[in-house]
Design a protein around this ligand. Structure first.
Ligand SMILES: *Cc1c(COP(=O)(O)O)cnc(C)c1O
Length: 374
């Protein structure tokens, strides 16, 4: 990796803020433990940096979506307890055993495959059981649950660690499905009565209160600064900031248009700053003519379409000396945090994070680990 002097934009990831967010969430729990979801490269922030930072503040249980993500995570965390949401892909059993990974079993077929593998291994191997209580995505559907209830011996060779389910509407506290899923989970978890732990809550569900906490909560997004309570103030510390460098300034003083499709017209005078970030970096095209950057405290609207490598801002309101090539515009920052950018792009913070591009120069802030602060 380069030192970033030639980069177009600088992505700063505050590992101390992630640690603070972990502590904040853990502080909301009475008896439960707090795991961390680090799928999709820790929501785009870099699992190699993020997972050890979480382990350093006491996180012991980690979830990813894919076996390959789990194998990669194992390289960073020798001891942690690593679980794989997407379950047991056919033929993946030995990879789970070899890397000491725990599959989340999502169907009777997966339970059968793991049970067989366990038998051959001559010891009961740990696995989680995922029950679908109403999201209709992954997990045992009601008809498979009935079969399992009638034939509990299907779990005989399996050491059930976590019995889990997942809420569809946790970010809408008043949605009736939350209660319904809670009630369904309370009943269904009896199927795996021998399970070591029960788990229901993602980030937002932690804020639904202690009924939803069980033994283990599974936050992802809130750790990375996404607001768990849409429409309410965000209790989480901001983790990500993104600064794009100005490449060129254009003073327009005759009627002109800006960018592809000529979607922004300048009638009289405008000063345009073109910045080195675009949709190839995950700076979404839906921000065209809608999003905002900031130079210090001054808002600078995006004008015209976001293109692959470039985005233009109207910097007419700034003093001439404040906007020079090489100066930076905050694309994500204190005035335009993740959730604001997401709203402007008509998406959610999760999608902004997981699209953060590979061309950004990444800087990790980690005062507690570096010690020197230099
Ligand atoms: C991604 C995921 C989570 C984490 O959800 P957040 O909303 O990011 O906190 C928890 N559980 C399951 C099953 C998931 O797929």
């Amino acid at each position: 990796m380069t030192n970033g002097e030639h980069c177009g934009a600088i992505l700063t990831i505050d590992l101390d803020a992630i640690a603070a967010n972990y502590r904040l969430l853990r502080g909301k729990l009475a008896g439960a433990n707090c795991a961390a979801v680090v799928k999709a490269d820790a929501y785009g922030l870099g699992v190699g940096q993020v997972a050890p930072a979480l382990a350093a503040v006491g996180c012991k249980t980690f979830f990813v979506a894919l076996v390959d993500e789990a194998i990669a995570l194992r390289q960073h965390l020798g001891q942690a307890d690593i679980h794989v949401f997407n379950g047991l892909a056919p033929g993946s059993e030995t990879a789970f055993a070899q890397h000491r990974l725990t599959p989340v079993l999502n169907s009777l077929a997966e339970i059968e495959a793991w049970s067989l593998f366990s038998k051959v291994s001559e010891r009961p191997l740990a696995a989680d059981i995922h029950i679908d209580t109403g999201i209709s995505r992954l997990g045992l559907p009601p008809e498979e649950l009935d079969i399992l209830a009638a034939e509990p011996q299907r779990l005989d060779n399996i050491q059930v660690d976590i019995v889990m389910s997942h809420l569809a509407c946790a970010d809408e506290p008043d949605h009736p499905l939350n209660r319904q899923q809670l009630d369904a989970f309370r009943k269904a978890r009896r199927i795996a009565a021998a399970a070591r732990r029960a788990s229901l809550a993602n980030s937002s569900a932690i804020f639904l209160g202690p009924d939803y906490h069980f033994d283990l909560v599974r936050p992802g997004a809130a750790l990375y600064g996404v607001g768990p309570l849409p429409g309410k103030s965000n209790p989480m510390a901001q983790v990500v900031s993104l600064q794009g460098k100005i490449l060129q300034i254009r003073d327009i003083d005759t009627p002109q248009t800006v960018g592809y499709g000529a979607t922004h017209s300048v009638a009289r005078r405008q000063r345009i700053a073109t910045v080195a970030a675009g949709y190839a970096d995950g700076f979404l095209r839906s921000l065209s003519n809608r999003g905002n950057g900031y130079v210090g405290d001054i808002r600078v609207p995006i004008v015209g379409r976001v293109s692959m490598d470039l985005v233009a801002f109207d910097v007419s309101n700034l003093p001439v000396e404040a906007v020079k090539p090489g100066a930076v515009v905050d694309l994500i920052g204190p005035h335009n945090p993740i959730d604001r950018v997401a709203a402007e792009a008509e998406t959610i913070g999760y999608e902004i994070l997981t699209n953060l591009g590979g061309r950004y120069h990444r800087v990790y802030l980690d005062e507690s680990a570096s010690g020197s602060g230099a």
